[in-house]
Design a protein around this ligand. Structure first.
Ligand SMILES: *Cc1c(COP(=O)(O)O)cnc(C)c1O
Length: 351
């Protein structure tokens, strides 16, 4: 039978209500793309792959959690969902709410959401409200609203989000035949690293697969889990991980240490370099999504990680199309020439 989305594929492993009907856009089943050229750049001799989560229906991994969170909300009879978002949660909540015939309300920090994400939320018909505050402020407001009113919270505090997000760990094990030795991913509100660890542990128990070591990567200007305290004014070009008080911070630290891995920070410069390296292998991701590779590069170059003979997976969480301004801001406009063959030849052949 053709692919039916993550709920249908993995329902035996998900803690969800029995009779729940799936609200799905056939999310998941994203490719695990070999990137041997990047492995070579890092000294070679290991198997490096990118799990390209930007290829989900709304362009980020958030769809894996949202299909479950919105299905469960609909199952309970909810008519409205709400979330705080740095952008991708908003677009995803908006799309799945539309699919379910529900209203979506999304609260975003003013001026800090990438153009492609905001456009998505609006295109899918969400009520978008900007607040004069941070993501962390937005999150505490939506939690209060969902406690006072019959409005379902679909941030990753909602346990059904993590149930869905586990599915990516299952897919990786299904493709590789086992867990990788190392897995690197960006860490923002820390739901995803928590969900991956839940998924790997569950597969380990049920299917006997191994457990990976996890490298969680934060942006240096927004690295509460590395610093050991909240960051009041988080700053980074990687807006999807611009979070100073991660809702699942403690679980993230446990996931990293139980896995025999750790959480580290990289600078915005290192993130943008990693974004370019991925693009040079044909994979364009938004800045936050390049953090996993940035962390790996930093640790390998510092001699802290020896990946020789290992299987390594980097999670690229969202598509580059979400945040085009980061790229267009780095370059001057393409040069303009007359629509003439000789003129074009002159430039191409001299270039
Ligand atoms: C949400 C998001 C993250 C961070 O995930 P958390 O679960 O909040 O840690 C990273 N990258 C992208 C593209 C995201 O949308």
């Amino acid at each position: 039978m053709s692919y039916q989305g993550i709920i249908e594929t993995y329902k035996a492993l998900l803690k969800i209500p029995d009779e729940m009907k799936a609200v799905t856009l056939l999310e998941g089943n994203t490719p695990l793309i070999p990137v041997p050229a990047i492995a070579d750049q890092l000294g070679g001799d290991f198997d490096l792959r990118v799990k390209f989560e930007g290829l989900n229906p709304t362009g980020s991994f958030k769809d894996r959690g949202m299909t479950v969170a919105v299905s469960e909300a609909a199952h309970r009879g909810a008519k409205t969902v709400i979330c705080a978002s740095t952008g991708n949660t908003a677009a995803s909540a908006a799309a799945y709410a539309a699919r379910a015939g529900m209203r979506a309300i999304v609260i975003i920090p003013a001026g800090k959401v990438a153009a492609g994400k905001l456009a998505g939320a609006i295109a899918y018909g969400a009520d978008v409200i900007q607040i004069d505050g941070s993501f962390d402020d937005a999150l505490s407001l939506v939690v209060s609203i969902s406690e006072k009113h019959p409005i379902a919270l679909v941030n990753s505090l909602n346990p059904f989000r993590l149930e869905g997000q586990k599915s990516s760990a299952f897919e990786i094990c299904d493709v590789l035949g086992d867990a990788p030795d190392w897995m690197a991913l960006p860490v923002g509100n820390a739901g995803n690293i928590t969900a991956y660890w839940m998924g790997y542990k569950q597969y380990h128990e049920v299917k006997g697969t191994s457990l990976p070591r996890i490298l969680g990567v934060q942006a240096a200007g927004s690295a509460p889990l590395v610093l050991g305290h909240p960051v009041e004014k988080p700053e980074t070009i990687a807006t999807a991980i611009r979070i100073g008080r991660p809702a699942r911070g403690e679980e993230a630290l446990i996931a990293a240490s139980e896995s025999n891995g750790y959480i580290m920070a990289v600078t915005d410069d290192e993130i943008l370099k990693a974004q370019k390296i991925l693009a040079s292998s044909g994979i364009w991701v938004e800045p936050a999504s390049a953090a996993g590779l940035a962390g790996l590069v930093k640790e390998v170059n510092a001699g802290k990680l020896n990946l020789c003979g290992k299987k390594v997976v980097i999670i690229c969480t969202g598509h580059g199309l979400k945040d085009p301004d980061v790229i267009t801001g780095q370059f001057t406009k393409p040069q303009a020439v007359k629509a003439e063959l000789t003129e074009l030849e002159r430039i191409i052949l001299n270039g």
